[in-house]
Design a protein around this ligand. Structure first.
Ligand SMILES: [Fe+2]
Length: 546
C-alpha cells in the first residue's frame, strides 16, 4: 500500500510517502521554493517524494489530504453569512481562490485519478502525534488556529484507534488569540509567536493578564472568547479592533518600533493567559483519558514553555517534531504506530557535494577528512569559539534543525549569543538560542525527567556554564540527542564534552535572516560565503573561506 500525504493551502504545505505504513520520505514545500511557510500546492515536495520512493504518481494507491475541504468551506460560508456586507470582498476573493484549490482537480491535472481520502484537520494533527509516539494508550491534545471548525480537540489513543472526545470550535481559538496579540506587538502572525514567547520572561504579568483573561468565559472543560475586540470572522488582514486598544489602554506596536517595557508586559500576560487555558485543557485531557501519557500537537505545540506544564498531570509527554500543519501531511497517511525519525528529507552524496564545491573552488579551502578526524577537528573549532555550519545526511522535517542542517557554536562563551544574533542571524537580541546535549548527560545539566529529542520543551538549567543558550529566566529549549537518533551529531557533542567537560552545543537552524532552512549543498556554500560563519562542514568535507 503506497500512500501520498499532502497538506496545503493554509499554513506550511508538505508532502509525504508511506509504503505499508512506513514513512519513506517527507519534505516541506518551503525548502524548495525558499518562501517561508509556503502554503502553495506542494508540487516540488511531491515530485521529490515520488522520485525518492521510486514510484510514479499513478502508482500511488491512495492520496490522503490533511483536512476536509467541504467542512472547511461550510465554516467559511457560515461565518461570512453572519456579516455579508463586511465580508463581501473577502467572500469574492475566497470563491476565486477556492476554485483553483480543489485537490481533485489539481491531482487529476497531474495525472492522478485514484482515490483521495480527506481527513479532519485535527485528526491529522492527532494521528501524527499519537502514531509516532511510544504510547499504546494516551491522551491526545491538539491546539491550533483553526482547522475546518475545530480549534482544539481532546482524544484518547488506544492501540490503533483514536477516539475524539471533546472539541472547541471556531471562533474560539487559542491559536488565533496568540497570533492576534503577536500582531498587536508588531510581529508577523504565524511566525512571530516565537519572538513573543522569548519576550515574555522580560515582562510583568500583573499589568495585562486580567484584561486578557476578561475576554474568556470558561465552562468546566471548554473556553469561549469574546469576539468584539477581534476581526477573525470577517477580515484576513488586521486581526483586532479598536476595542482591544481600549481594553489594553495601549497602542499597537508597529513592526520595527522600539520594544518597550509595556510590550514585554503584554507578551508576559499573553503567555500567562495561554498557559492558564492550556493547563485547563491538560487537566480535562487527564480526566478523560485516565492515562499517564499525553501527545500534544497542532501549531500551538511549538509553545515549549506551555508543553512543560503537562508534567503536572502526566508522567510522559510527547510532542512530535512537526506539530504544525506540515506534519499533518504525514499524520494523514498514518493509521497505526510507526517508527519514525525527523530525518526524512533529501540527502546528497559526496560526489554531488564535490561537484558543487568545485564551482566555488577559487573562494574556498576544502579538506576531505575521514569521519573521526572531521569530528575531532569540528569539536575543537567549536570549543575554540568558531561558528560552524553543519550539513549532514537527510534534511530534517519540521521547523527545528536537529543536527543535520544546523549552525553550531559554543554556548559556554557568554558573547556567542550576541555574535550569532547580530552577525549571522540578524535577529532581535532578546531571543534565546537552544542547546543540544547528549541523552546520557542531560539530567546532570537540566531539570527534566524525560529526554526531549525534538526541542519541544523548555527545561530549567542546573548549570551556569552555558550562558549563550540560557534564557533570562534560567530555562533552555533543549534538544537531547542519542546515538540511535543521530549517530554523527551525537559523536560530535560527546567529543565537545570530552574536550570541555560540558557535552553541550548551541544549535540553531542553518539559515540566515528571513531564509528557509538550507536544503542543498549549493545553498549551504552560498549562504556560508555571504555570512560570517567561520567554517562549513558538508558530509566529511571541512570548508574554510580563502
Ligand atoms: Fe493546524
Amino acid at each position: 500500500m503506497i500512500k501520498l500525504g499532502i497538506s496545503a493551502f493554509y499554513h506550511d504545505s508538505a508532502a509525504c510517502i508511506t509504503v505499508n505504513g512506513k514513512v519513506i520520505a517527507a519534505v516541506e514545500e518551503e525548502r524548495f521554493t525558499e518562501i517561508k511557510h509556503d502554503y502553495s500546492f506542494p508540487v516540488n515536495s511531491i515530485e521529490w517524494c515520488l522520485q525518492h520512493a521510486r514510484v510514479k504518481l499513478n502508482q500511488i494507491n491512495e492520496v490522503h489530504w490533511y483536512e476536509n475541504p467541504e467542512t472547511k468551506d461550510n465554516r467559511v460560508r457560515t461565518t461570512f453569512a453572519k456579516k455579508p456586507f463586511k465580508t463581501f470582498f473577502l467572500n469574492r476573493k475566497y470563491k476565486k481562490s477556492k476554485k483553483s484549490q480543489d485537490p481533485k482537480d489539481i491531482l487529476e491535472s497531474m495525472g492522478y485519478t485514484g482515490e483521495i481520502i480527506y481527513h479532519d484537520h485535527h485528526y491529522s494533527h492527532a494521528a501524527f502525534s499519537y502514531y509516532t509516539s511510544p504510547y499504546d494508550h494516551s491522551a491526545i491534545l491538539t491546539v491550533d488556529g483553526v482547522g475546518e471548525w475545530e480549534t482544539t480537540t481532546i482524544s484518547v489513543g488506544k492501540g490503533n484507534t483514536i477516539n475524539k472526545v471533546l472539541k472547541v470550535d471556531f471562533p474560539n481559538s487559542l491559536g488565533m488569540f496568540y497570533s492576534t496579540i503577536t500582531a498587536y506587538l508588531g510581529f508577523k502572525p504565524n511566525e512571530g509567536e516565537y519572538k513573543v514567547m522569548g519576550l515574555a520572561p522580560f515582562g510583568d504579568i500583573s499589568i495585562y493578564t486580567d484584561k486578557l483573561l476578561s475576554l474568556f468565559t470558561t465552562t468546566s472543560n471548554k473556553f469561549f472568547i469574546d469576539q468584539s475586540p477581534f476581526t477573525w470572522e470577517y477580515s484576513d488582514r488586521v486581526m483586532f479592533t479598536r476595542k482591544l486598544c481600549k481594553l489594553l489602554n495601549l497602542q499597537p506596536r508597529l513592526p520595527g518600533e522600539e520594544i518597550k517595557q509595556e510590550h514585554k508586559d503584554l507578551a508576559a500576560a499573553l503567555q500567562k493567559v495561554y498557559e492558564i487555558q492550556f493547563t485547563k485543557l491538560l487537566k480535562t485531557a487527564k480526566n478523560i483519558s485516565k492515562s499517564d501519557n499525553i501527545c500534544i500537537s497542532g501549531g500551538c505545540a511549538y509553545n515549549g514553555v506551555a508543553n512543560t506544564l503537562a508534567y503536572k498531570y502526566f508522567k510522559s509527554v510527547y510532542v512530535p517534531f512537526a506539530p504544525s500543519d506540515a506534519g499533518s501531511a504525514i499524520g494523514a497517511c498514518l493509521d497505526s504506530h510507526t517508527n519514525i525519525t525527523p530525518y526524512l528529507g533529501p540527502e546528497f552524496t559526496d560526489r554531488e557535494v564535490k561537484k558543487d564545491l568545485n564551482l566555488y573552488r577559487d573562494k574556498l579551502l576544502i579538506y576531505n577528512l575521514d569521519e573521526d578526524k572531521l569530528i575531532d577537528k569540528t569539536a575543537k573549532l567549536i570549543n575554540g569559539g568558531n561558528i560552524v555550519a553543519w550539513f549532514q545526511g537527510k534534511m530534517e522535517f519540521g521547523a527545528r534543525s536537529l543536527g543535520n542542517r544546523s549552525i553550531l557554536a559554543n554556548p559556554r562563551d557568554p558573547k556567542m549569543k550576541d555574535r550569532l544574533n547580530y552577525v549571522v542571524k540578524q535577529r532581535e537580541g532578546f531571543r534565546p538560542f537552544a542547546p543540544t546535549i547528549t541523552e546520557e548527560e542531560y539530567q546532570k545539566f537540566f531539570e527534566a525527567s524525560e529526554p526531549s529529542p525534538y526541542m519541544s520543551r523548555v527545561m530549567k538549567t542546573r548549570t551556569k556554564f552555558i550562558p549563550s543558550a540560557t534564557h533570562v529566566d534560567g530555562t533552555c529549549r533543549v534538544q537531547t540527542v542519542s546515538q540511535k537518533q543521530n549517530r554523527k551529531f551525537h559523536k560530535l557533542i560527546t567529543l565537545i564534552g570530552n574536550q570541555s567537560s560540558i557535552p553541550v552545543v548551541l544549535n540553531t537552524s542553518f539559515n540566515l535572516k528571513d531564509e528557509t532552512i538550507t536544503l542543498t549543498p549549493k545553498q549551504a556554500i552560498e549562504r556560508y560565503l555571504k555570512s560570517e560563519i567561520d567554517f562549513l562542514v558538508i558530509n566529511n568535507f571541512l570548508i574554510k573561506k580563502r
